[in-house]
Design a protein around this ligand. Structure first.
Ligand SMILES: Cc1ncc(COP(=O)(O)O)c(C=O)c1O
Length: 449
């Protein structure tokens, strides 16, 4: 847990936020008059710290408008005519540092294809992070496999590698760690367990485009990496996804499965019928939008990283605000969200909802993180389905329910607060608004009750 050199007693003894801020070296530049900081909280009718809007997302530019219009007029809209999807694949493989890339219709379809290509089949079990978006475990259900949740380390927000082995059964075939919010997982520890038990590793890097771990990008550490380019993402195209990997045969299988089972590369010499497959193809219009978005991607990533580091430093000094702890070897996070934990005991026992309400009233768009996804209703719907009962049997499904206890994840689901990535594209003064608003709420925490 990040600690402050300032003891709680010292903070409690501080009467004015101006004094507090000066002692702790907080910036109050955006605040104007320091005396305002002890004002009424905005959700109690006081003046908000900020009323200016935050950077919006996505941001378009006109550079590909002509190419999109030309593509439209050519009639070559379908992936297997034209070259824009292939061009994107080459550029994205280069950006991630993988030998190969396959563009897909979405992040969800990337996961579905990757699971299939690595042999995850009906009746298998897949170990997965519970602190994630619904699509991660939905993709496992699409394979008619059983998602088995591995507890989260609330300090890192990520799958706790020490908890993997206790969840392995003789049906486990793969691990699906999620680099949630673009925070890189401890891939060495995860891969070590995978190697020991001969499991495949699929990285859900759908929020982790520029995340780096031990000198390489997320998405190249597992057998395959999956990415999303949905509209909210750092490389947005409305919808879109990609699979990255280094093994040519596995990537040929991905390409085939994503394209109705058509044969690719090494598969062409195989005289058997085409394999099963669906249509999970990207369209050229998506590839063209991605081409334009790639121009701003690296500079945006740099700004987010710098602002996140600034917030980490300032917010960690406020009692009850605990930024995430990077895993050993994490070089850079992508920050799809900027996350921290809110410890209500330091804020007059006010609930996280009340804190977020107070924050929003001050003009800072805070959100809750993910909920207790391991109890998502869709899971019970799957487990009680005829197919799952047939595949796994009552005994295994009852055992799954009994073991579905994740104290680390529960804690995080109750404590997490996040800011959306475009907030991090603001200026340092914008970041000061965040620090000042939380400082103001902390200082006036008796008003939260
Ligand atoms: C962690 C995670 N996995 C998977 C997905 C699915 O991606 P898509 O929405 O592109 O299907 C998302 C998208 O939000 C995600 O955040």
């Amino acid at each position: 847990m990040a600690t402050s050199k300032f003891t709680r007693r010292q903070v409690l003894a501080t009467t004015s936020a101006g004094t507090l801020a000066t002692v702790m070296g907080w910036p109050l530049i955006s605040y104007g008059k320091i005396s305002n900081i002890s004002d009424k909280l905005a959700f109690k009718g006081g003046n908000p710290v900020r009323s200016a809007p935050w950077p919006s997302w996505p941001v378009w530019d006109s550079t590909v408008e002509k190419e999109i219009a030309d593509m439209y007029r050519s009639g070559k809209w379908y992936r297997n005519t034209g070259t824009f999807c292939e061009e994107f694949e080459e550029k994205y493989a280069e950006l991630v540092g993988s030998n190969y890339c396959l563009a897909t219709a979405s992040g969800t379809t990337a996961l579905i294809v990757a699971l299939h290509a690595l042999g995850v089949d009906a009746g298998d079990e897949v170990l997965v992070s519970p602190y994630t978006f619904i699509a991660t475990y939905n993709a496992i259900f699409m394979a008619k496999a059983l998602p088995v949740f591995v507890d989260t380390d609330p300090e890192t927000f990520l799958l706790n590698p020490k908890k993997i082995e206790e969840r392995i059964t003789d049906r486990t075939t793969a691990i699906l760690p999620v680099h949630i919010y673009g925070l890189p997982c401890d891939m060495d520890a995860i891969n070590a367990v995978a190697r020991k038990h001969q499991l495949k590793v699929i990285e859900d890097a759908c929020q982790a485009w520029s995340a780096r771990y031990k000198g390489k990008n997320a998405g190249v550490y597992g057998d395959l990496g999956c990415f999303s380019f949905q509209n909210s993402k750092h490389l947005p195209a409305g919808e879109g996804g990609a699979i990255t990997g280094n093994d040519e045969e596995v990537m040929d299988l991905c390409r085939s499965y994503h394209d109705c089972g058509r044969k690719y590369g090494s598969m062409k010499s195989d005289s058997r019928n085409p394999i099963r497959g669906g249509n999970f193809r990207m369209q050229h219009v998506q590839a063209l939008i991605l081409k334009s978005q790639m121009k701003r991607f690296e500079e945006d990533a740099r700004i987010r990283e710098s602002n996140a580091a600034y917030l980490d430093e300032k917010l960690a000094k406020i009692p009850g605000i605990v930024p995430h702890r990077p895993v050993p070897g994490a070089d850079q996070a992508a920050f799809h969200m900027y996350p921290f934990r809110y410890i209500k005991e330091e804020f007059n026992n006010a609930s996280r909802d009340t804190f977020i309400e107070a924050l929003r009233a001050e003009g800072i768009p805070g959100n809750q993180g993910y909920g207790k996804q391991n109890n998502d209703g869709l899971i019970e719907e799957a487990l009680t389905s005829r197919g799952y009962q047939r595949l796994y049997g009552k005994e295994r499904l009852d055992q799954w329910r009994e073991e579905n206890v994740l104290p680390g994840n529960d804690q995080l689901a109750e404590e997490a607060v996040t800011f959306y990535q475009s907030v991090l594209l603001g200026t340092k003064k914008d970041m000061d608004d965040i620090v000042n608003a939380i400082t103001k709420i902390y200082t006036n925490r008796e008003q939260l009750g």
